[in-house]
Design a protein around this ligand. Structure first.
Ligand SMILES: Nc1ncnc2c1ncn2[C@@H]1O[C@H](COP(=O)(O)OP(=O)(O)OP(=O)(O)O)[C@@H](O)[C@H]1O
Ligand SMILES: [Mg+2]
Length: 583
């Protein structure tokens, strides 16, 4: 039997499309203030917006009539006919944000229009008008949204921790701050001022958000064509990052996600950025609204370009041009000064034998477990382990001598079932993965304190990810302290060198970002990433000891050799099949 849903349920379902979490409210309210031509906007949050989100602006404000109408469905002042959809310059146009917000929270609005004596104050709860009265107010509007999803418990329970919800809000706030440097923007969270951004040019705004360091990294881009005007900054390729940090496209001032245009940026920097690194960019495209469609998704972060391919190539050549102009693309420069300063040799200078300080009290055979400097032991532990590993090289009694390497990629040998072909890279990866998993399960004995902690630059949003998951990092053997614009790594798993540490931390952050909703065990990711990195590569010639070691390690992993059968790194040409075919 078909039933028509009551209106309040239909509204809540529709609202869920636009308002998924506190950050969606922030985005919609800030965009409304921008559309109302505000030059000052203040965002106040309590408990990451779960308790309160307030946006106050000095924009055009609304009349009493409009302030009542704005919460109705399909209420908009931004378009009035279908043709207007082709010339949208405003951020909003669907007339659904405020009605959605009002259906799932408690909203109050205070607003006054220019040349009006009084303002109007409205209170709405779950779409119901509670009160409506005149009030004194400055010109502009102030929305207060309280207890989001109070009447949709399923949604409310779905919200993440305060830190993660705050991270989402920061993301929206930063996107809007970058694309509106002509607006004064303030963010206050739980009574603390987080950002106070004055009206400034784009570069100054980026410096204010990301700190002075970004100044030297930025490279301006600029291109005007009939189809599109491109401006903004890219970060020089040598500063590309191991996490997908600052990647911003704005089309007509609106932040959009575009894997296709991102690819164009990557292509333009081909050969200049390292594998697994992400370039940072703040790219603005101005394009006639009739050549794009933004009405694809309620959140308006996707866009369709009529001439996608052309924009792709214009963007690519624009970035290449800028890289060339600023000498980022390496070229042979014959004008480089080659007069290096070599210190003069002084034949009269006395030569001294090098001085070596010795501790006469040191006794290498002394057993003193209680020494304070105990971590020196752990520094050398890695080498000791390697040597122990080498001893096992004699221990191949079960391995026969029937093996050879084929195409520098496969190990061919036999067991009692038939002929075994093993992919060396995959097999080694499997061994390492299991070894790392073992070590992680006993991480307290496999952790090394660092003499000099490793400092990693990190964005505000990524810092939240780290602080939210600090426990998970500890379980992997990383002791991390959070600094203002960086994190400091004080200890790491013993089997990890410093270089890998940096890379691994960045990729764990990246992985945590992508898996915010699922509980993917991070140690699996960590171990497999490390195993991939350190495994023998295909194409490497192995000597007979190395091959024996590989086979022996595989055998150790499973006493029952039949596990080869089901594995992705090996297959067996069975003796019976050989017999069946060729007798
Ligand atoms: N801060 C504000 N100052 C002045 N007017 C506002 C403000 N916020 C909203 N309005 C008015 O309320 C109307 C409804 O806002 P709402 O956000 O629901 O829809 P929209 O912005 O037109 O479209 P969209 O749903 O795409 O955001 C707007 O069209 C605008 O006229
Ligand atoms: Mg709007």
């Amino acid at each position: 039997m078909i039933e028509i849903l009551p209106e309040y349920i239909a509204n809540q379902i529709a609202a869920g499309e636009v308002i998924q979490r506190p950050s969606s409210v922030v985005k919609e309210l800030l965009e409304n203030s921008i559309d109302a031509k505000a030059t000052h906007i203040t965002l106040i949050l309590k408990e990451s917006g779960k308790k309160l989100i307030q946006v106050s602006d000095n924009g055009e404000g609304m009349s009493k009539d409009d302030s009542l109408k704005c919460f109705k469905k399909h209420a908009t002042s931004k378009i009035s006919n279908i043709d207007d959809l082709l010339k949208i310059k405003s951020k909003g146009f669907r007339g659904e944000a405020l009605s959605s917000i009002a259906s799932i929270s408690m909203v109050s609005l205070k607003t006054k229009k220019k040349n009006y004596d009084t303002g109007n104050e409205i209170l709405i709860e779950g779409s119901k008008l509670i009160s409506n009265k005149e009030c004194s107010s400055n010109i502009g509007s102030s929305f207060v949204v309280k207890n989001l999803f109070y009447n949709v418990p399923a949604r409310r329970n779905f919200l993440k921790s305060d830190k993660i919800e705050y991270k989402h809000i920061l993301e929206e706030f930063i996107r809007i701050s970058i694309s509106n440097s002509n607006i004064k923007l303030k963010l206050v969270h739980n009574g603390k001022e987080i950002y106070n951004l004055s009206i400034q040019n784009l570069k100054a705004r980026l410096i204010k958000i990301y700190g002075n360091k970004i100044s030297d990294k930025l490279l301006p881009i600029n291109e005007s064509t009939n189809l599109v005007n491109i401006s903004g900054f890219i970060c020089k390729p040598q500063y590309s990052k191991k996490t997908r940090g600052e990647q911003y496209f704005f089309v007509n001032g609106r932040f959009i996600k575009s894997p296709y245009l991102n690819h164009s940026v990557l292509k333009s920097m081909e050969g200049l950025i390292l594998k697994d690194h992400f370039p940072s960019y703040f790219i603005f495209l101005e394009i006639d609204p009739k050549n794009i469609d933004i009405n694809i998704h309620p959140t308006k972060t996707e866009i369709k370009f009529n001439d996608e391919k052309l924009i792709y190539s214009i963007l690519k050549s624009c970035i290449k041009h800028s890289l060339g102009q600023f000498n980022i693309i390496p070229s042979i420069d014959f004008n480089v000064n080659t007069n290096f300063k070599i210190p003069n040799f002084d034949p009269n200078r006395k030569a001294y034998p090098p001085k070596i300080k010795v501790d006469p009290t040191f006794n290498p055979f002394e057993k003193n477990e209680n020494k304070k400097n105990i971590f020196w032991k752990s520094v050398f532990k890695e080498n000791i382990e390697e040597i122990e590993d080498l001893k096992n090289y004699d221990n191949f009694e079960n391995i026969n001598d029937n093996f050879f390497q084929y195409l520098n990629k496969y190990i061919v040998t036999n067991n009692n079932e038939g002929i075994l072909v093993i992919n060396q890279r995959k097999a080694h990866e499997y061994i390492l993965y299991n070894n790392y998993k073992n070590k992680i399960s006993n991480i307290s004995n496999n952790t090394q304190s660092l003499l000099h902690s490793i400092e990693l630059d990190i964005s505000d949003q990524d810092r939240i990810i780290v602080s939210e998951n600090i426990q998970k990092f500890n379980q992997l053997g990383f002791e991390i302290s959070l600094r203002k614009k960086s994190i400091s790594i004080k200890s790491k798993p013993l089997f990890l060198n410093n270089e890998d540490t940096e890379e691994l931390i960045y990729s764990i952050i990246e992985n945590l970002k992508l898996n915010l909703t699922t509980e993917n065990p991070i140690e699996d990711f960590f171990c497999s990433k490390l195993a991939k990195k350190n495994s023998i590569k295909n194409g490497k010639k192995l000597n007979s000891i190395e091959i024996k070691k590989l086979i022996s390690d595989l055998n150790k992993k499973s006493k029952d050799l039949s596990f080869y059968n089901c594995n992705i790194f090996s297959f067996i040409l069975k003796f019976e099949d050989i017999k069946k075919n060729i007798g």
